[in-house]
Design a protein around this ligand. Structure first.
Ligand code: LIP
Length: 271
């Protein structure tokens, strides 16, 4: 029996129901008086809907799973540590700035660890009604269809790219070198502003890779499982597995693109 046997078919269906319902909160946003506050760093915003979605998810998922812990973006300083057993790692609205601009490129990201290891991930795009999920050893899916990373060569590869805007005061030079390296090594780059959404694009072959100098565990916790189960590779810029604490450099890619993108990412760190 799998050590995370709670993640049976019924539980996975219930998680989908909960995450899709949370998407309705995003779509129902009243923008006439959107409450927005700023967190540490530059351009690091949180809206009332980030908080509402997170509270909804934590309440429903706790009811579903019974014992579990949470590591979530809007928990502030009192963030729970990664506990034993099941830990949900939640970004209630990934692409908050896009949400504020009503750009329809924001998603809900729910990763699930068991004993600290990623075992399940779900990312929901309520604007395009696309629900991505992956379960360790059981594959990755979008709306029930199996998904797989691309096999395009570098000459035709398009790379998603993050600008770490919360750290622009210290990282702008490295970000510029990363963009240059991508353009010199691949066909083109894209910047959507929602790492989890771009991770799903990599998992289903719409992009060939993604990299960003600084991300938080809630940005990538779901993507780690979804991309791994879609045949892709996930690491930091040194090629090491991602941890679920701190703010590591983050890279995910098809197996064809990974080594070249890793070298471009490493080169961007050099002065
Ligand atoms: C965002 C990421 C994006 C990154 C931003 C921010 P948030 O997540 O998805 O890729 O560039 O700095 O971290 O804060 O909107 O949930």
């Amino acid at each position: 029996m799998e050590s995370f046997e709670k993640l049976n078919e019924k539980t996975i269906e219930e998680i989908e129901r909960i995450v899709r319902s949370a998407g309705e909160i995003m779509l129902s946003a009243d923008r006439t008086s959107l409450a927005v506050s700023q967190k540490e760093g530059t351009a690091n915003f949180v809206t009332e809907y980030d908080v509402r979605v997170q509270k909804y998810l934590e309440g429903e998922l706790l009811s579903l799973m019974g014992e579990c812990s949470f590591l979530a973006e809007e928990d502030g300083e009192s963030q729970n540590e990664i506990g034993e057993g099941y830990t949900f790692v939640i970004d209630p609205i990934d692409g908050t700035t896009n949400f504020m601009l009503d750009r329809h490129t924001s998603v809900i990201s729910v990763g699930l660890l068991y004993e600290g290891e990623p075992v399940f991930g779900a990312v929901y795009d309520p604007y395009r009604n696309r629900y991505f999920w992956g379960l360790r050893g059981k594959g990755a899916y979008c709306n029930g269809e199996r998904i797989h990373v691309s096999d395009r060569p570098a000459s035709r590869a398009v790379i998603g790219f993050g600008t770490s805007p919360y750290n622009s005061d210290t990282l702008s030079g490295k970000v510029g070198r990363l963009a240059t390296g991508i353009l010199e090594s691949f066909a083109d780059l894209r910047r959507l502003g929602a790492a989890a959404l771009e991770g799903c694009a990599v998992a289903c072959g719409e992009l060939d890779g993604y990299c960003e100098h600084v991300l938080s565990p809630w940005d990538y916790a779901a993507i780690v499982t979804i991309i791994s189960e879609a045949g892709g590779v996930v690491s930091d810029f040194e090629g090491a597995p991602l941890k679920f604490y701190g703010t590591p450099s983050t890279l995910f890619a098809s197996s064809v693109t990974y080594e070249k993108l890793l070298q471009v990412a490493k080169d961007s760190l050099k002065q």
